[in-house]
Design a protein around this ligand. Structure first.
Ligand SMILES: [Zn+2]
Length: 218
């Protein structure tokens, strides 16, 4: 695939998954953002302030991963570009990022309350509790610094008073994590309403973590 083909393919992929994120109810209007790594030097990212229902792949920006400069775009890239750059630079295994303001996830982020592994599959998907990254003003480099520090080798973080970030090897994977996370956050919040959620037994946590590591080892 030559350069134009790979850029266009990434633009289509980002646009498709951004629309799916919107259709799944994880964001409203133009909130949230989606990106994908392209080779060693670039990424494709959703534009700022374009509603997903009218988003066209031509509006997806191509950005230089090393300099952060936009190299091809009809619209300005997402305001959260610095966070996406920080994650790609620190985690070579990550090729896709989905950032949402999903309602239950954002409720936890407002409470600054981590999402513990309360359902079997959560250890396998997230590798541990989903922790809360310290608050930083939207669009600043500090968002990226805090996300990278909190994410470590895992696949998701909560952003204090904001939403979440899910990362994967493909956009299918990152979006699926965002959907799973919203569903788990909902169960956790509903359980907290009526009682004390019981944590997973330690054996399940250990076995789940092992499966997570196997999945992410290559
Ligand atoms: Zn946001």
């Amino acid at each position: 695939m030559d350069r134009n083909d790979s850029w266009n393919e990434a633009r289509r992929d980002v646009c498709l998954h951004a629309k799916k994120m919107h259709e799944a109810g994880l964001v409203v209007g133009s909130a949230g953002n989606v990106s994908r790594r392209i080779g060693a030097d670039h990424l494709a990212i959703t534009p700022t302030s374009v509603a997903y229902n009218i988003l066209h792949e031509d509006a997806v920006s191509i950005v230089d991963l090393h300099t952060g400069e936009t190299v091809e775009a009809s619209h300005a890239p997402s305001y959260e570009l610095p966070m996406h750059l920080a994650v790609y630079r620190s985690r070579p295994d990550i090729h896709a990022i989905v950032h949402t303001h999903a309602p239950y996830v954002t409720t936890l982020s407002v409470l600054r309350r981590p999402l513990p592994p309360i359902i079997d599959e959560m250890m396998v998907y997230f590798g541990g509790p989903v922790e809360v990254a310290d608050y930083a003003l939207t669009g600043t480099d500090a968002v990226g610094t805090n996300v990278v520090r909190t994410l470590r080798d895992r696949t998701a973080v909560l952003l204090a008073n904001h939403g979440n970030v899910c990362v994967g090897r493909t956009l299918d994977e990152a979006l699926h994590l965002a959907i799973v996370m919203e569903s788990c956050a909902r169960v956790y919040i509903e359980a907290l309403r009526v009682g004390d959620p019981v944590p997973l037994p330690n054996d399940s946590v250990v076995a789940g973590r092992r499966l997570f590591e196997t999945r992410h080892r290559g």
